[in-house]
Design a protein around this ligand. Structure first.
Ligand SMILES: Nc1ncnc2c1ncn2[C@@H]1O[C@H](COP(=O)(O)OP(=O)(O)OP(=O)(O)O)[C@@H](O)[C@H]1O
Ligand SMILES: [Mg+2]
Length: 750
């Protein structure tokens, strides 16, 4: 989201003379002053806040003496308020939808400036929702403005994508040229047939039957040839269309896989699937069907006009009479229809998103008995979508015959004038038939063109959505020459600050040094940033400031493949792919033999339950497969990590779903597993961390404590309180002996 708008020369001069040497950090627009719409700017330097309007400085406030920065939503607009020296005042007003999110970032920025005086400007990855050029909203979940997009650029990119298929894609155009030539040849031949052979039959002289048959044969041969070409064209279109869509899907999928987690999480699964499946299909339809059609229709229109001009210029003029009026009608109609179509697509998208959401959470829906409410909610959305589509169709169905009639008005004039000429003997019947046929050739593209804007607009939106993904630079990427290191296992986290939205840090100044082969237990309250820390070590996200080094090399310099191939993870949510248990265990190591898989399953204490399943290791699990319990899934995930044999092992609540007895077995397995590799284990149940060499306690994203179990107990800080609290809870069922339980845990960990 843009936080630094360009100032006009007058505003810049006003700001420079008022701010002197201060560093300009943010500049955002406001658009209401009094009861007028204006184009004003709020400039924020490292010291002050300046309100500028048309080269005039209206207000300046010192940030260090201000607090309580807030936005209040008013009727149709929002007000930005700041309290300076105890007095709260309205600084500026803006239209709510366009700038609300921007001002929420500005509030955070002002708070940071007020607390720390002059740091670096914060960045943010919030998407813009309105086009900065025209102010209209972007297409759902995109940064595409259908009104301001560079259409030629989209066509150019599209052309670049067709490399390798162009020859095959050219065929429909070649066939199109033939069919245009034939469509002109046939009326001419028919005209000749009537003039030379049929018309004289009614007179004294008889026409030549042989010549007439020859002409019929010519027409039949042309028709046959045209059909044969049509068959070849359909076959070519089918092949090139399918190859094109397959290529687009593959490229798009490859790109999606390379994108960072943050950009994927910004979009819903439904949206991403829509881009891979529906948008590529719209592009394919446009390239292989609509484009050749546009070409054919335009060429036939132009050629028919020229031919008509040559045969009878006056009659040709009749064709033009209704055209300006029709174009005016079509333009007017499509500007309305465009908006309505877009509304229709958005409502349709909403229905799809809702469906996906309900199916993903169907267990919750059923367990809370909310089926009826969900059915009603779905019914409402689908009703809205259906009503919009109905309205659009009705409008189109009413408009289309009107325009068709308006366009065809010229043909009635031609018929009238032609018949007058015929009666006066100035024109032959065949020529009139020929002219009529050409007039129809001119009209059919004109009528067809009324529906072209619909295809073009749909194509441009879909293509832009696809290109938006293809052109996105992954936030987490490899440097130009990444290092392929063999990881030994030392992790050095240096002064790391990170936030999923950079202005809202989740981890602040975290510094930890972990020795190779050490097992570190990470503890802390829910939401303290434990998972976030391991996400950073796995480099699923890049740190905002500071660095993470593995064996002395910044992880940004290590190739992602080398990094991840030497890390094994068992995550908080276990995900199993659709496939056999064998495939799931061997996921990161496809070359693993059956012996290795069974060995890993045995270590993870999963072998016995797998053997009890009807098909053993071949049992299909995952979506639509055999349902495993949480603990069973987790043990498969542990086996998956074991077989990977990683240098760094990450366990995020890996044993949370196991009963105490199974957990004990897993603990023993893990004890063997963690030998000789660096391990980071997150656990809420502290007894799980009894093998840890040291414990890292996170509190509100900061390192609160770091040391051995005994050291931390002696400190009597957060860790001590957590241990005591858990021992008390653990002691309740047994009849309440906290001291005994405490002694047991300490001895187990020491
Ligand atoms: N993808 C995300 N986008 C935005 N905020 C996030 C995201 N993931 C986590 N957060 C926020 O970051 C903070 C820390 O989350 P994190 O998952 O690291 O906590 P945690 O210590 O692992 O908690 P728990 O013990 O419950 O698993 C939370 O406030 C959470 O809301
Ligand atoms: Mg977590």
């Amino acid at each position: 989201m843009k936080l630094m708008y360009e100032l006009s020369d007058a505003d810049r001069t006003a700001l420079e003379s008022a701010s002197g040497g201060e560093k300009l950090m943010y500049c955002v627009p406001y658009n209401i002053e009094g009861d007028r719409f204006v184009k004003g700017f709020l400039a924020i330097t490292d010291r002050k806040l300046y309100k500028l309007l048309n080269g005039e400085l209206l207000l300046s406030l010192p940030i260090a003496e201000s607090d309580d920065f807030r936005v209040e939503v008013m009727y149709g607009s929002c007000g930005f308020y700041v309290r300076t020296g105890g007095v709260s005042r309205l600084v500026c007003r803006f239209i709510s939808g366009r700038n609300l999110a921007r001002y929420s970032v500005i509030i955070r920025a002002c708070e940071i400036l007020a607390e720390q005086h002059g740091t670096d400007p914060i960045t943010n990855d919030l998407p813009e929702r309105f086009c900065p050029k025209c102010g209209r909203p972007y297409v759902n979940n995109t940064t595409i403005c259908p009104y301001c997009m560079d259409r030629m650029e989209v066509y150019r990119k599209m052309f670049a994508m067709t490399k390798g298929l162009r020859l095959m894609m050219c065929f429909p155009f070649i066939v199109a040229i033939f069919s245009v030539v034939f469509s002109f040849l046939v009326p001419w031949i028919e005209g000749q047939a009537v003039n030379e052979y049929l018309e004289p039959l009614s007179g004294t002289e008889r026409g030549s039957m042989a010549g007439f048959i020859l002409i019929v044969c010519a027409i039949v041969s042309i028709d046959l040839f045209q059909r044969a070409l049509g068959v070849i064209q359909s076959r070519c279109s089918a092949v090139s269309g399918n190859r094109f869509i397959m290529m687009m899907k593959n490229i798009l999928y490859e790109k999606l896989e390379s994108l960072s987690l943050s950009s994927l999480q910004r979009r819903s699964t439904g949206d991403l699937m829509g881009r891979v499946n529906n948008d590529t299909a719209v592009m394919q339809d446009f390239v292989t069907n609509q484009l050749p059609n546009i070409f054919v229709q335009s060429v036939s229109f132009l050629v028919a006009m020229v031919v008509m001009l040559v045969i009878n210029p006056v009659m040709c003029l009749f064709i033009f009479v209704p055209i300006p009026f029709s174009i005016f009608l079509i333009k007017k109609f499509w500007s309305t229809m465009d908006l309505k179509n877009r509304r229709g697509w958005n409502l349709e998208n909403k229905v799809n998103r809702q469906l996906q959401d309900i199916f993903s959470g169907i267990r919750v829906v059923k367990s809370f008995g909310q089926e009826k409410r969900e059915i009603e909610r779905f019914r409402q959305s689908s009703l809205r979508s259906a009503r919009q589509t109905e309205k659009n169709e009705m409008l189109f169905d009413t408009f289309f015959p009107i325009v068709t009639f308006a366009i065809r008005l010229g043909s009635y004039l031609i018929l009238l004038y032609g018949n007058i000429l015929l009666f006066d003997g100035e024109m032959q019947l065949g020529t009139l038939h020929q002219i009529n046929a050409y007039a129809n050739i001119v009209y059919s593209p004109l009528i067809w063109m009324t529906s072209v804007p619909r295809h073009i607009s749909r194509f441009l939106t879909s293509a832009s959505k696809v290109f938006e993904i293809l052109e996105e630079t992954p936030e987490v990427g490899d440097i130009s020459l990444p290092i392929d290191i063999r990881i030994h296992g030392e992790i050095n986290i240096k002064n790391v600050t990170f936030g999923y939205e950079s202005y809202n840090p989740v981890l602040t100044n975290v510094s930890v040094r972990i020795h190779p082969g050490e097992m570190i237990g990470i503890v802390g309250h829910s939401g303290s940033g434990k998972t976030t820390l391991i996400n950073l070590i796995m480099r699923l996200y890049d740190v905002n400031t500071g660095s993470i080094e593995i064996d002395g090399v910044n992880i940004k310099d290590i190739s992602q493949e080398a990094l991840r191939s030497q890390m094994g993870v068992v995550l908080q949510e276990t995900f199993l792919f659709a496939g056999s248990i064998r495939d799931n265990i061997a996921y990161a190591c496809p070359s693993a033999t059956d012996e290795m898989i069974i060995e890993a399953a045995k270590t993870a204490n999963a072998h016995d339950f797998i053997m009890d399943l009807p098909q053993g290791y071949d049992t299909v699990v995952g979506v639509s497969g055999y349902s495993l319990s949480g603990g069973e899934r987790q043990r498969i995930a542990i086996a998956r990590a074991i077989i990977h044999n990683p240098r760094i092992l990450i366990l995020d609540e890996a044993t949370a779903a196991l009963d105490t007895e199974t957990e004990k077995l897993i603990q023993d397995a893990l004890k063997k597993l963690i030998r000789n590799r660096t391990t980071l284990a997150i656990a809420h149940r502290l007894s799980t961390l009894r093998n840890a060499d040291r414990l890292l306690v996170l509190d509100h994203g900061k390192v609160a404590e770091f040391g051995t179990h005994t050291e931390l107990l002696e400190r009597k800080g957060i860790y001590y309180k957590l241990v005591m609290a858990q021992q008390k809870m653990g002691a309740i069922p047994g009849g309440g002996e906290p001291e005994k339980a405490a002694a047991k845990t300490s001895s187990a960990t020491a």
